[in-house]
Design a protein. Sequence first.
Length: 114
Amino acid sequence: MFEEMIRVAKNKLATINEPIDSLPSSQVTVLLTTNNNIYMAVNDIDGMICEELKRNKDTKVLKMLTMWKDGGLDLSSIRFRNALIEMNEQNNNTDVILQGKEDYLIKKLSVTII
């Protein structure tokens, strides 16, 4: 499923061209929930996507990734990660895909908060 999430992120980033004052470049965070829904948060450093998840009663996130415009994977902002956990404490167990030296790494969201 991470491959699909990466494809979704790349496709979305290909359509974004506006510069962002608070970020070095555009980024997209892709979330996969327990209801098997995929959500995209574009340049969202505050976790505003959580409002949509709450409205949809779909707050448990299984997997997430954040991709920069150049295709690199990174952590979302600390405010974004904290917002996910505040929204649903079970999100401490969300799998976060990160860029490793030679391949992708998967860490639990709770480990990225420490």
